[in-house]
Design a protein around this ligand. Structure first.
Ligand code: FE
Length: 231
């Protein structure tokens, strides 16, 4: 008995079944900060050039591709883009990693990440000096509310706890920052938020300075890796 026709039919069935499976909308599971899991629909957000599912996407419409500098085993990266300091920097900010104060209004935001050099080596004891407007878009220019500096730990890691800054005239949401490796060049930059309409009309906004943002039970979790010149 010639089995070839039967084999051909079986192979055709397999191919059809495989095609049906792979054309289904992919979903992924992501972990929240509190270790609960959420299902992440990916049909609208998978990059055209990268079929892996970005980890920084959630189902509420806030999404950004996870392109953290020095991520995915990279061994080199460009220095974080330098942008204007703006008119509201105040020197000698207090040293604290949390800018939250009792009774402060706004959405809580925790930003974590690393400071690397351009060879993607973590930089311990790097300075990060943050300042920003409050949730209403107002800076404290007489005191140090929402201003503070900190240093990376031995692994080059930092964590900033604050609130999401509000808009003010002419600007999209942003957090100012100065970053400096010990005895290194001082980098002045700003961090931006994905999905903010005003990003498009902001002349300082740059895609490379977007935080990766996820929602948590009590606010937002952001991630950003800074890159400073190698010493
Ligand atoms: Fe500003």
């Amino acid at each position: 008995m010639n089995r070839k026709p039967i084999l051909n039919i079986l192979m055709a069935v397999c191919v059809v079944a495989l095609a049906a499976c792979t054309s289904a909308a992919p979903t992924a599971i992501a972990s929240n900060n509190d270790n609960t899991t959420v299902v992440v629909p990916t049909t609208a957000s998978v990059s055209e050039t990268n079929t892996t599912v970005p980890t920084a996407e959630i189902s509420n419409g806030i999404s950004t591709s996870s392109n953290l500098a020095c991520g995915n085993g990279s061994t080199s990266a460009s220095t974080t883009l330098e942008v204007t300091e703006g008119p509201y920097f105040t020197a000698n900010s207090p040293e604290h990693a949390s800018l939250l104060e009792e009774g402060m209004s706004g959405t809580k935001l925790v930003v974590t990440g690393y400071v690397y050099d351009t060879n993607c080596q973590p930089v311990a004891n790097a300075l990060l000096d943050f300042w920003q407007a409050n949730a209403n878009g107002v800076y404290d220019n007489s005191g140090y509310t929402l201003r503070g500096h900190q240093f990376t730990d031995a692994n080059g890691r930092y964590q900033l706890t604050t609130v999401v800054p509000g808009l003010y005239t002419g600007r999209t949401e942003h957090i100012h920052v100065k970053v400096q490796a010990p005895n290194g060049k001082l980098i002045t930059s700003q961090l931006f938020f994905p999905g903010v309409t005003e990003n498009d009309g902001d002349g300082i906004f740059d895609q490379s300075l977007l935080l990766s943002i996820q929602e948590t039970n009590d606010g937002l979790q952001g991630e950003f890796n800074f890159v400073v010149p190698a010493s």
